[in-house]
Design a protein around this ligand. Structure first.
Ligand SMILES: [Zn+2]
Length: 131
């Protein structure tokens, strides 16, 4: 078993680290955190589970630098949140402060930092984890 291999019976540590800042943003914006479960079918992956049992898979590329991993996970967690809010609340999470009634922010990388940026004018709004 090489060190690069993902842990078989627990959610991977690298994945947990990448999720941490994104979960901080969920908490600071009042979104209930999903339960995180090990995912058998995706290498270095996990399942995000809602209280009602629906789930979405997340995974990452371990060879990517840390800031890219965070941006990757932010993007996937965002999809889960949008699904989660569907039909119950506005789904534009995280809300763009410049255009609060239209698009959500988009996960991206600027100067080796994972950021949320406005997709319309490409302005970084906050680092991921700093909402
Ligand atoms: Zn915007």
């Amino acid at each position: 078993m090489s060190a690069e291999r993902c842990n078989d019976d627990a959610v991977d540590e690298v994945l947990r680290e990448a999720m941490e800042p994104v979960f901080r943003d969920l908490r600071s914006t009042g979104i209930s955190l999903p339960r995180v479960e090990d995912n058998d079918w995706a290498e270095c992956g996990a399942m995000l589970r809602s209280p009602d049992g629906t789930g979405a898979g997340v995974s990452l590329d371990r060879s990517a630098p840390e800031f890219e991993r965070v941006a990757m996970i932010a993007d996937q967690v965002q999809e889960w949140v949008i699904e989660e809010l569907w039909g119950r609340a506005p789904t534009n999470w995280p809300r763009c402060p410049h255009h609060p009634d239209s698009h959500p922010l988009e996960a991206s990388v600027r100067d080796r930092v994972a950021v949320w940026m406005c997709p319309a004018d490409q302005t970084p709004v906050a680092p991921v984890g700093g909402l």
